[in-house]
Design a protein. Structure first.
Length: 207
């Protein structure tokens, strides 16, 4: 199907992220909201291995939404829901207004490789909305590159940061400490930072 995109990042991070989610979200049924689902390959892969998860994909791109739906149908991923358009900078998301046909609360909100390829207002909006839409003890999980103590964690990340800013001056790798502090100010406690392949981090918050 021509609408199905194939993301190289999916193939690099799918196994490490599966193990992380297996440990983070064990047991009973859980609703997971994925922000900026991109190609849509993660939801079917994770839910096939973890049948206790119901996956709610979203994106701001029409091409991504089409790819998510194409993969969902192609793989017959019954616990991956139809993708929804979502702009985390919108007032209805940030204010916690109801999302049509979606759960009122989520057990986990996952954002992979998004906040550095968007203005910082997207990071702010994502956290503000997540603070209102997570269930008690719900997890907000970021995956991607971050600066730590004002420094890049690898020369490749520094080069990547420069290339992002060359494409759009509002993009760029975010300061981990800034994200942690802003999340804390919205009632989300920083539980853990985990080093991942390719100089990426997983950053876990809890409501």
């Amino acid at each position: 199907m021509s609408q199905m995109q194939d993301a190289p990042a999916f193939h690099r991070n799918k196994e490490p992220m599966l193990e992380l989610l297996r440990n983070l979200l064990p047991g009973v049924d859980k609703n997971i909201l994925e922000i900026a689902s991109g190609s849509g390959q993660h939801g079917p892969f994770f839910t096939d291995a973890l049948p206790n998860l119901t996956w709610w994909p979203s994106d701001i791109s029409d091409a991504a939404l089409a790819s998510i739906e194409a993969w969902r149908k192609h793989l017959k991923a019954n616990t991956v829901m139809s993708p929804q358009f979502l702009d985390v900078t919108s007032s209805f998301w940030r204010n916690g207004e109801p999302l049509a046909d979606w759960p009122e609360k989520f057990d986990c909100i996952l954002s992979m490789n998004m906040i550095h390829i968007a203005p910082y207002t997207a990071t702010i909006g994502l956290i503000e909305g997540a603070a209102k839409r997570l269930s008690e003890n719900g997890k907000l999980v970021f995956y991607g590159p971050f600066k730590r103590d004002g420094k890049h964690t690898a020369p490749s990340n520094e080069a990547f940061d420069q290339s992002l800013k060359g494409r759009d001056s509002s993009w760029g790798i975010r300061e981990l400490e800034d994200v942690v502090e802003f999340a804390k100010s919205h009632g989300l406690s920083h539980k853990k930072t985990i080093e991942m392949p390719a100089n990426n981090l997983v950053v876990i918050f809890e409501r």
